[in-house]
Design a binder for this molecule. Structure first.
Ligand code: ZN
Ligand code: ZN
Length: 367
């Protein structure tokens, strides 16, 4: 039985501890990946609080990148030795998956957030006892992960795994929200709420689409400076007063496209005050409580002809969209590496502390 070292969450809100686990060999349709790098995403930290009913102990991690070590029966997409990027999982059979729209797979929640396989089993054990795994079909905070044929994307042999790892969730979510979900057109104005990894990726997606002007609303000064460096035309500190007024000073008729990456209800409500006629509001940020409700001013909204759009993983179809983003990065047009900091895997708790303090925007662990 292969063994691995994994960062385990033993109970809600406990720090990660690096321990030895056993990893079952891959079964039909599964891929065993030797993980070389893994990004830390907001959803990892949300599940670590126990808020999604995760059974502990658990191995999280869902921006893995590594090398295929073994494949299960029926796997044709990759072979041992291939470099791969791991991303979200999907069933491949429902109507959404058949329409190449897997981020809205009818089974997205059980396949990605249940931390167990559909039959209730796990591939991971510690001292013979089950450890929850299969998070986003991977649980890649470990030196080995069992993924599925559908949620691995083959990379070129010379691909840099540490650089590309965060594309699998955070970067594709932000960039895809603008490029795919809202299908931004050249010359459309764009406001991004939140200047974290997803928000800055939305900004970069807006640059790629030719949006102008691009406004980033973010309370942290260093993140506003970084947004400017990455091409934001205007940055707004919400602490300076009414954000809607500040946006309308830049674009008096309102903004065509708004992407909320903050999950912060007052920020989303403020967006209702600066959206343009026929404007679209994309909701990407997950609120802290699952029953958070956005009050809609119905008359205003219907006379605007506005659209509110929920967004998962930037509407990514990973086999097509991730290679597209990799090509943009190689051409220097998606410089997300400017907001990534690297940590040795063993320093996962330091990386999490730096994310919470704002010192790190996107942390990637290397193994
Ligand atoms: Zn599906
Ligand atoms: Zn994520």
């Amino acid at each position: 039985m292969p063994t691995a070292h994994a960062a385990i969450i033993t109970e809600a809100n406990s720090p990660f501890t690096i321990e030895t686990i056993t990893v079952d060999p891959p079964q039909a349709g599964e891929v065993l990946v030797d993980i070389r790098a893994v990004g830390i995403c907001h959803t990892d930290l949300a599940l670590a609080t126990g808020a999604f009913g995760t059974q502990f102990p658990a191995v999280l991690g869902h921006e893995g990148a590594g090398v295929v070590e073994a494949i299960g029966e029926g796997v044709t997409k990759v072979k041992p030795g291939d470099k791969v990027l791991l991303t979200f999982n999907s069933c491949g059979e429902c109507a959404r998956c058949r329409a190449d729209d897997p981020s809205y797979c009818e089974h997205f929640v059980p396949l990605n957030l249940a931390c167990m396989r559909e039959d209730g089993s796990t591939r991971l054990h510690r001292d013979g006892a089950a450890v929850s795994g299969n998070f986003f079909g991977q649980s890649s905070f470990a030196s080995k992960a069992v993924a599925h044929q559908r949620n691995v994307v083959k990379l070129a042999d010379d691909a840099d795994l540490a650089t590309l790892a965060p594309l699998g969730c955070g970067i594709q979510t932000g960039a895809g929200a603008v490029m795919r979900s809202l299908a931004a057109q050249p010359g459309q104005s764009l406001a991004v709420i939140g200047g974290g990894a997803v928000g800055l990726s939305a900004l970069l997606g807006g640059k790629l689409c030719g949006c102008a002007p691009i406004i980033v609303i973010e309370p942290n000064e260093s993140r506003r400076l970084l947004a400017t460096e990455l091409g934001a035309d205007h940055v707004i500190d919400p602490a300076d007063g009414d954000a809607a007024e500040a946006v309308r000073r830049v674009v008096p008729s309102g903004v065509d496209l708004v992407v909320d990456t903050s999950g912060h209800l007052p920020a989303m409500i403020s967006a209702l005050g600066f959206i343009a006629s026929k404007g679209k509001l994309g909701l990407v940020g997950v609120p802290a409580v699952s029953d958070a409700t956005l009050p809609m001013p119905v008359f205003q909204w219907l006379t605007l002809g506005g659209t509110v759009r929920g967004i998962v993983e930037g509407d990514s179809d990973p086999d097509a969209f991730l290679p597209e983003l990799i090509a943009y990065h190689a051409a220097g047009r998606l410089p997300f590496d400017k907001f990534v900091s690297y940590y040795p895997f063993e320093q996962i708790n330091q990386a999490v502390a730096d994310i919470h303090s704002g010192k790190s925007i996107k942390a990637v662990l290397t193994l």
